[in-house]
Design a protein around this ligand. Structure first.
Ligand code: AMP
Ligand code: MG
Length: 525
């Protein structure tokens, strides 16, 4: 842990809550409250990410030391650390929820690593804070395994995300009513240390905007200077440029979610990172059959507000709320509207480019490709298909004019389909699509090898399938951490063939279809 240099800009630049006692309250006129993590009974290391450790210049010896366990369970603090929780608000499920804040996150400060990059450190589940309301500020092992594995899996997939350094069990029990059905039960507690250049959310701006214009301005200026250092110094023009950039970052993040089949599950404005990072891994899920209407979050089962196919529109809605919050600094509607309109155009363009890459085309033929993709999605809608397996296997299909046969291609794709038998209508749809796809590919100047390389770099072989995460959790709860570590390793190379790991690239087995934790999750964590 030597050489970790802290440079805690957030607490140095921004106003602190004047109360230092730790009890739930409304905090006004301040961006954060000082708070110490709770002492945990007997923490022990479940897993750590060596790639994330490198970001902090930590060695294997550091990470495997008892001191590391004590520090990242919150029991000990390093020199230079500052422990605090921040205040923010947010729209939850479309409604303004008032103050939320870091209810179970305690920041440890910011590090500047040897390369000069800034990383903020945050413990999730380290005990109550002034923002915990009636809850305990703790996290259970099951949700912590999910956050830890998914953060790192997303990073290796190339999706913008917060990172996870460590996963520790605390040796304490935490009571949770997992399904909110009146059956609370004790579960093992855990703490994750996560990393990000900044943990600032849309909800921070919203909450300060509601209080006073000066606090909002101070926070926006701080964000621009610290998190967007390439922008000119704060001015009205810079605020506009900054908002345009936030729109672009958010758009690109959602396109990436759509590429890999990720459903965030709770896209409330407090869960939207200002840097366009995927943040707050709660009741998220990975598509099993491709389904635009699917959400893993049982809290959202009626309205499907945060379903897979809604994510772009919801991100756009969230950006509207951010625009409303920062409007007083700009005092003009038009530039904000322009940026919001640009989001929609950018999304359509980027989504199409992303989908054509998944299909292996070196460039976009807008009208034809839109049509081709529409046809494919209609088929997915008609016949349950695992998109990860489908696209990955598609890159092995030979499309050469002289040898291509749709029936053979269909055989190759068979493992992607959920039903064993395909009805005539679906078979006709996919066969026609394959014919059309082969013709389109034959016009593309890319060679067969180039096509396969392009496809295999955007279509992962391994994703954190819901049931795999659950199997790893079941074992971890019995004290066996092997599958957590196995998944961490396999998912660190999601685009590589790993012949001895084929069992981790299988569609959801039937037993997992209605199993809690697999494709049905609540916010309870
Ligand atoms: P989420 O939907 O998980 O992003 O959480 C929404 C809000 O509830 C945030 O302010 C969280 O900090 C807070 N929260 C969630 N779980 C807990 C908990 N166990 N203890 C305290 N606050 C929590
Ligand atoms: Mg949250």
């Amino acid at each position: 842990m030597k050489g970790m240099t802290f440079d805690n800009q957030f607490v140095q630049q921004l106003p602190a809550d004047s109360i230092v006692d730790n009890y739930p309250r409304q905090v006004q006129g301040a961006c954060y409250s000082w708070v110490k993590p709770k002492k945990m009974a007997s923490p022990s290391l479940v897993s750590y990410s060596k790639e994330a450790a490198q970001l902090l210049d930590l060695t294997k010896e550091d990470c495997e030391s008892e001191r590391f366990t004590q520090i990242f369970a919150g029991n000990e603090q390093l020199n230079g650390m500052a422990t605090y929780s921040t205040s923010y608000g947010g729209h939850q499920f479309g409604h303004w929820a008032g103050q939320l804040g870091d209810g179970r996150a305690i920041n440890l400060g910011e590090i500047v690593n040897k390369k000069g990059d800034r990383w903020a450190l945050q413990l999730k589940g380290a005990g109550p804070t002034p923002y915990s309301r009636t809850a305990d500020g703790l996290a259970v092992l099951r949700s912590s395994v999910r956050e830890f594995l998914c953060s790192e899996a997303m990073y290796h997939l190339g999706v913008p995300t917060t990172r996870a350094l460590s996963l520790l069990s605390t040796g304490e029990e935490v009571v949770r009513d997992m399904l909110y059905d009146g059956n609370p039960a004790p579960e093992p507690g855990a703490v994750v240390c996560r990393l990000a250049p900044s943990f600032t959310r849309f909800g921070h701006f919203q909450y300060y905007a509601q209080q006073d214009a000066q606090l909002l301005k101070q926070f926006v200026d701080h964000t621009i200077i610290t998190d967007f250092p390439h922008l000119p110094e704060p001015s009205t023009l810079t605020y506009i440029q900054w908002f345009e950039e936030v729109c672009r970052l958010t758009c690109d993040m959602v396109v990436e979610w759509m590429r890999v089949g990720f459903v965030h599950g709770v896209m409330n404005t407090d869960n939207m990172s200002i840097l366009g990072l995927t943040i707050d891994y709660g009741p998220y899920g990975w598509l099993e059959p491709y389904d635009l209407n699917w959400t893993p979050n049982t809290t959202d089962a009626t309205h499907h507000r945060y379903a897979f196919g809604q994510q772009s529109q919801i991100a756009h809605w969230n950006l509207y709320q951010l625009a409303n919050a920062i409007y007083p600094l700009i005092d003009e509607v038009e530039p904000l509207e322009k940026a919001l309109n640009a989001y929609a155009d950018r999304y359509a363009r980027k989504w199409l480019r992303m989908m054509t890459q998944k299909l292996g085309f070196s460039s976009v033929q807008r009208v034809e490709d839109n049509q081709l993709i529409k046809q494919l999605l209609l088929f997915f809608n008609a016949f349950e298909t695992d998109m990860t397996i489908f696209f990955r296997r598609l890159s092995d299909v030979q499309l050469h004019r002289d040898t291509f046969k749709a029936v053979e291609a269909l055989e190759q794709l068979r493992p992607a389909f959920y039903a064993e038998e395909m009805d005539k209508e679906s078979e006709k749809m996919i066969t026609e699509w394959l014919e059309h796809y082969a013709q389109r590919s034959q016009q593309d100047p890319a060679s067969a090898l180039e096509r396969k390389t392009l496809m295999d770099n955007v279509n992962p072989k391994y994703v954190l399938r819901n049931y795999l995460a659950q199997l790893a959790i079941d074992k971890a709860e019995q004290g066996d951490h092997s599958m957590v570590n196995e998944l961490l390793k396999v998912l660190s190379q999601p685009y590589e063939e790993q012949p001895d790991k084929e069992h981790l690239n299988q569609k959801r087995p039937d037993w997992a279809k209605y199993k809690v934790g697999c494709s049905m999750l609540s916010c309870s964590s």
